[in-house]
Design a protein around this ligand. Sequence first.
Ligand code: CP
Ligand code: NVA
Length: 304
Amino acid sequence: MAIKHFLQFNDLARDDIEYIFQRAAWIKKQFKSYQQYWPLSDRTLVMIFEKASTRTRLSFEAGMQQLGGSAIYLNTRDSQLGRGEPVEDAAQVISRMSDIVMIRTFEQSIIERFAANSRVPVINGLTNEYHPCQILADIFTFIEHRGSIQGKTVAWIGDSNNVCNTWLQAAEVLDFNVHVSTPPEYEVEPERANLYGTDHFEEFADPMQAAKGADLVTTDVWTSMGFEAENEERRKDFADWQVDADMMRVAGENALFMHCLPAHRGEEVAADVIDGKHSVVWDEAENRLHVQKALMEYLLLGKV
Ligand code: CP
Ligand code: NVA
């Protein structure tokens, strides 16, 4: 059987995603009712982190244990990865000692090189370009609250970063629309987002126009990990791209608010929005656990 990886959102077809959501709902229900479910007993997940994390580490580590397996954490500082061992060599070795690997790193090319030399499935836990596990959880959360996302409109306000690129890919796979508003010079780069076309997204100079009538308004930090040197400049450039109560009002009464977290209240989002009635950020964070359990089950066992 060919190894399946999840390196970017469009590595999965619509059917696979629908299947994973169905499994995630079942796995979540079992978990909530304290039913033991150990399909991955004796399986080992290796998690490689070259950037910081709270949610990704916790959800993968807890998730693997809850499925009966075990998880090992490696970071750049304490492993040979930080001392220049080629990623290809690391992939050969790590994938002979484990059953599945999750990597959080810098360039997408690093995870691609790892996957090309891996004997086991590789999952993208965030790169500079994409954050596919996040968007799986976000869409699963949307469906729980509002039903199918097909034909709906997601407003992305802020930086055209890894999370934004992944929303744009997901829109192509699952047939919904993304309205993007970024400051000038921070616009979406369709090639970097690896889109086949621009049918599913529209850019708006005015963030209020992007948010108007949206089913979901979402944003992320103004400065992503790895870009800290640009922090001061970005704070000025993004000052008019805060999701605030006025923006949620133009989106409408029924609009949801999401943020992948960690959030900076008073920067990309106003406190009364993230802590207010539209916000589903805690469900969104929790759902990382359930969808990633379903994803690992699918990559290791196929359709059960
Ligand atoms: N949203 C997310 O990936 O959070 P962490 O950086 O804490 O893993
Ligand atoms: N865009 C952010 C997401 C953090 C989960 C980053 O890459 O730092």
